[in-house]
Design a protein around this ligand. Structure first.
Ligand code: ZN
Length: 128
C-alpha cells in the first residue's frame, strides 16, 4: 500500500521533530500535498491513525493543503500553471510536463511536494 509507506516515512520525520522540540503533545498535523502527488487522502489518514497509535502523535488530526502545480520554463521564461494529462499517474510517478508556450520541458517549482507544514501543539501548559 503506497499511502502506508508514505505515512510511515512522514511519521518518522514527525517523531524526530517532536523529539527535537521536546513536545509533549500534538493535536494536529498540517500537510502540504502537491497537485502532482497522487495520494488517497483517505488511505493516508487511515494509515496515519494506525501507525501513530501508541506514539505521541496519536489522536492528532491530519489536515491537508493542496499545492497547485507551478512550473518555470528556462527556455522562454514562462512561469505559471499548466494543464497536463491526468493519465500520467498511471504510468509515471513524475510526469514530464511541457511548456505551453514553447514546448520545452519545464522545471516544476511547486506541485510535487509532500511535506509537513506545521504541527499543532496543545496550548495547555503543564504544572510541575
Ligand atoms: Zn517555454
Amino acid at each position: 500500500m503506497h499511502e502506508y509507506s508514505i505515512a510511515k516515512e512522514l511519521i518518522n520525520t514527525l517523531l524526530e521533530q517532536v523529539d527535537e522540540e521536546k513536545l509533549s503533545e500534538t493535536t494536529g498535523v498540517h500537510l502540504e500535498i502537491g497537485e502532482l502527488r497522487i495520494i488517497s487522502r483517505e488511505a493516508l489518514s487511515q494509515a496515519f491513525k494506525i501507525i501513530t497509535e501508541d506514539t505521541i502523535l496519536s489522536g492528532s488530526e491530519l489536515k491537508f493543503e493542496d499545492i497547485p502545480l507551478h512550473v518555470k520554463c528556462e527556455e522562454c521564461g514562462f512561469e505559471g500553471g499548466v494543464d497536463y494529462d491526468e493519465d500520467f499517474s498511471i504510468h509515471f510517478s513524475v510526469p514530464v510536463i511541457s511548456c505551453p508556450e514553447c514546448g520545452s520541458s519545464v522545471k516544476i517549482v511547486e506541485g510535487n511536494e509532500l511535506a509537513v507544514r506545521s504541527l499543532t501543539v496543545s496550548d495547555s501548559v503543564k504544572d510541575d
